[in-house]
Design a protein around this ligand. Sequence first.
Ligand code: BTN
Length: 260
Amino acid sequence: MTKQILLNTLASLNLPSIHYFPSIDSTNTHAMQLLETEVLEDWTLLFAEHQSAGKGRFDRTWITNPEAALAFSLVLIPTEEEQSRLEFFSALGGLAVCKTLRNHYSIESQVKYPNDVLINGKKTSGVLAEADWCDGKPSAVILGIGVNVFSGAIPETIALNFPTTCISNETPQTINRFQLLAQIIEEIQNLRKILHTTQFVEVWNHHLAYKKQAIKIILQDDEFFGICEGVDMNGNLKLKMDNGAIITYRVGDVHLRPLE
Ligand code: BTN
């Protein structure tokens, strides 16, 4: 029944295949496992109501509570052009969530580089983009997105290292989770068309959190302080140091914190 409602709500998106799981370890892990034995088409969707081993960046755990959140992965088969811009895929997910929040719920949000979505400085969504490789080339990108929709999505049992919110706390509008999912996927479809263009970087910079603010970047055991100067054309984060020099940091490496 729930699966049928999901299929009906997503029908207009023309996704080639939709996998619905009442419970699974992780939609990203499962997509990777499927890719070992099957050919998955571009835009294959895996959606879970509950994840028992949801993953975040840097091996963090991501909790998904039933009916309170969105947890899904899209399998995207990168074109030649996209293969050279793999760093842009996590931003693709985060920016699609930002655009959905603005266009459908009048909520302003920002992307905390490279991929967390913040509303009023609090995290409401996380993105984990992972690549599957074949003969030294990325054969698929698993774009995993988790969204806190209702208050039950916010984990109480783990120590959160960053303030968190959910969409329903930020708007009086009624939210239908499956419609929200359809809206986010539609924004991903639109943004993917400009992934290889400078326009994409402009959208990224427009929604970037902490622009011109003092931030701290944590790289393994080192910390770097400076002013956030935005994202460059290669998707790297620019940090202006006290001496005026600009240092750039690659997507995969960055833990970012505001200095306040
Ligand atoms: C982060 O904030 O560090 C990224 C969180 C990504 C969570 C999503 S939920 C759907 C997909 N499956 C996972 O196991 N992780 C991603």
